[in-house]
Structure formats: structure tokens, C-alpha cells
Design a protein around this ligand. Structure first.
Ligand SMILES: Nc1nc2c(ncn2[C@@H]2O[C@H](COP(=O)(O)OP(=O)(O)OP(=O)(O)O)[C@@H](O)[C@H]2O)c(=O)[nH]1
Ligand SMILES: [Mg+2]
Length: 309
């Protein structure tokens, strides 16, 4: 039985993280060799994607100067931070990751998209600051088209607005995103919240009733944790931990909603996915601790899974 295509895609992405040039091409070729040879359907799409990866790695390694603004995806999901200049986007990236990045009390400190990996509940998620989206971006003002291109490939958006600023600033940024036809799950971070009053937050919420508002201050750890939680919900992913001989691996796997015990088994290893006999579950999808389930059992966020061989 071949590995489910979703699992294969996740595995492939994981194996390509951080690989460039010849290494990347070699890994892609190895993946292609493992891919079932269907002409149509999801496996054929995967084959197409992998083949295009080879071409893209070649183009990248041949590029003499690297001024493209492509952002390499890493982690389980890619979340874009979008908003007017000077609202504190870079500061949030800095507070949540290891990167060193310029922040400044003036607009357009950041000139190109900046990715940063952050760990949320044990899973790596990529945040990307999209700088300088201004009115007219859709007509390529301020290099807007390329920036919108980066946004288009993200999984979800965190709009950022200063908690105490005029909501009109963000409204014009959001209008550009809408004009570009980009519609993704989104929340609104009310930034620099330590400088704001509660009624500022209420005003922002009233201005954007369709977005959940999360007040964030980089000097308030509790607000940063609430921000992480909001980002995790945006990914729509579920976390499952593996259990072996009564011990639970603290590092969870991130899976698409609807994933089954079979996906988990294939995630561990191809052979295990093909031959395992069932699983035991602790957590939200179990009726009782250690419930015995079959291959098709759907796991839920927070489950611990022991694959039985
Ligand atoms: N008081 C306070 N100041 C903040 C906070 N976050 C950022 N700042 C300040 O806001 C200013 C702008 O921060 P940046 O992180 O550079 O903002 P940005 O949105 O990345 O700005 P551009 O890249 O220029 O668009 C800096 O002076 C920061 O120190 C916060 O939570 N509280
Ligand atoms: Mg910045």
C-alpha cells in the first residue's frame, strides 16, 4: 500500500528543509524514486512539484546576484505579518525567534520580506514580515507586486496595526490585499499594546469586526503567548505526540486536520505505515485512555499515539 499522498508531501517538505543546490537536487531525485508512479491524481501532482523543484534549485544556484524576494518555506506553516510601516512587525519577529533584525522608530526599516522560525507548542512555524505594502501596491507601487506574491504563497495572515493608531492606515493596506484577490485566514494583532488604552483596542475591533483582535506588546510575555496561540489556530494544523513503551516524545508532529493513525504511522516510516496493525490513543480522540483503534481512526489535536506493530 503506498504512503498517503498528504503524508508523502509533508515528509518531502521536511526532507528538503535547509537543503540547497546539489544537495537539494539529490534529495528531490531520491523522493521521486520513492513516489508511486501514477499518471494522474495527487501523486502525479507531487511528481510535477518535485520536478519543478529541481529546475528551481538549478536556477537559484546559477543566479549571479540574489535580489529575488522569494522566501523559502520552512516549518509546518508560513504566516505573513502584514501592516503599515513602523507598527512593530520586526519587533515581534525578534521577540519570538533567534533572528537579529533591524527595528527602528521610523517607517520602512525593513525593505524586503524577512522570514523567522518560531516554535509554537513544540512545532516550528515560519513567520514572514511583509514590509512596505502601500496604497497602489497592486499596481506595483513600492515593488508591491512582488511583495503581494510572497503573501499569496503564505498559509495565513496576521494583520498588524498599532493599537493606538488610526484604523484607516491598516484599512488601506488591507484594501490592497483584497484588490490582489488574496483571501486567507487572518487575525489582527493590535501592536505596541503597552502604549494603548483598553478603548483603543475596542476601537480597532469595531473597525475590523471580521477579525479577531490580539493585543501584543513585545515587553509582555503573556501577550506574546496569546499571539503564539492565535498563530497556531491560524495554521489549522493539529499536534500529535508519539508514545513508545509508555514514554511520550515531547516534540509533536504537525498534521493536517483529518489525519488518521495511518498518516502518523507513515510519518514515522514507510515500512511501519505499510505493516502496522493498529494504535492506542490517549487524548481528545480517545473514548478512554489507551483506547485501541484501527488504521482509519482520525486523530485530534492533543492526542498521544502509540503505533502497534
Ligand atoms: N512600546 C513599544 N514599542 C514597540 C513595540 N514593538 C515595537 N516597538 C517600537 O516600534 C518601532 C518600530 O518597530 P519595528 O519592529 O521596526 O516596526 P516595523 O513594523 O517592522 O517597521 P518597518 O519595518 O519600518 O515597517 C521601534 O521603535 C520599536 O522599538 C512594543 O510592543 N511596545
Ligand atoms: Mg520591520
Amino acid at each position: 500500500m503506498p504512503m498517503p499522498h498528504r503524508t508523502f508531501a509533508q515528509l518531502a517538505k521536511r526532507r528538503l528543509v535547509g537543503k540547497e543546490g546539489r544537495d537539494r537536487v539529490r534529495e528531490v531525485n531520491a523522493l521521486l524514486a520513492e513516489l508511486p508512479d501514477y499518471r494522474n491524481g495527487p501523486y502525479a501532482d507531487l511528481r510535477k512539484w518535485l520536478t519543478s523543484e529541481i529546475e528551481e534549485s538549478r536556477v537559484r544556484s546559477n543566479a549571479v546576484h540574489r535580489d529575488s524576494i522569494e522566501v523559502r518555506r520552512e516549518g509546518a506553516a508560513q504566516i505573513a505579518l502584514v501592516g503599515p510601516p513602523n507598527v512593530g512587525k520586526s519587533s515581534i519577529l525578534q521577540a519570538l525567534s533567534e533572528i537579529q533584525i533591524k527595528t527602528g522608530d521610523y517607517p520602512f526599516t525593513t525593505l524586503r520580506p524577512i522570514p523567522a522560525l518560531t516554535r509554537i507548542g513544540g512545532v516550528l512555524v515560519q513567520l514572514v514580515e511583509i514590509p512596505g505594502l502601500i496604497e497602489g501596491a497592486t499596481d506595483d507601487r513600492g515593488g508591491g507586486r512582488a511583495l503581494l506574491g510572497v503573501l499569496r504563497s503564505a498559509d495565513a495572515i496576521v494583520y498588524c496595526a498599532r493599537a493606538d493608531a488610526d484604523p484607516a492606515e491598516l484599512r488601506s493596506v488591507r484594501a490592497e490585499v483584497t484588490l490582489a484577490g488574496i483571501d486567507k485566514p487572518a487575525v489582527l494583532a493590535a501592536t505596541r499594546a503597552d502604549e494603548a488604552a483598553p478603548r483603543d483596542i475596542e476601537r480597532l475591533q469595531a473597525a475590523f469586526p471580521d477579525l479577531d483582535v490580539v493585543p501584543v506588546s513585545v515587553i509582555d510575555e503573556a501577550s506574546l503567548q496569546a499571539f503564539r496561540d492565535a498563530v497556531w489556530r491560524l495554521t489549522g494544523l493539529i499536534r500529535v505526540r508519539l508514545r513508545t513503551d509508555g514514554r511520550v516524545d515531547p516534540e509533536p508532529l504537525a498534521l493536517d486536520p483529518g489525519a488518521t493513525v495511518e498518516d502518523v504511522a507513515y510519518w514515522i516510516h514507510n515500512d511501519i505505515g505499510a505493516t502496522f496493525v493498529g494504535a492506542r490513543i490517549w487524548g481528545p480522540s480517545a473514548r478512554f485512555d489507551g483506547q485501541r483503534v484501527g488504521r482509519d481512526h482520525a486523530v485530534l489535536d492533543g492526542d498521544d499515539v502509540e503505533i502497534l506493530r
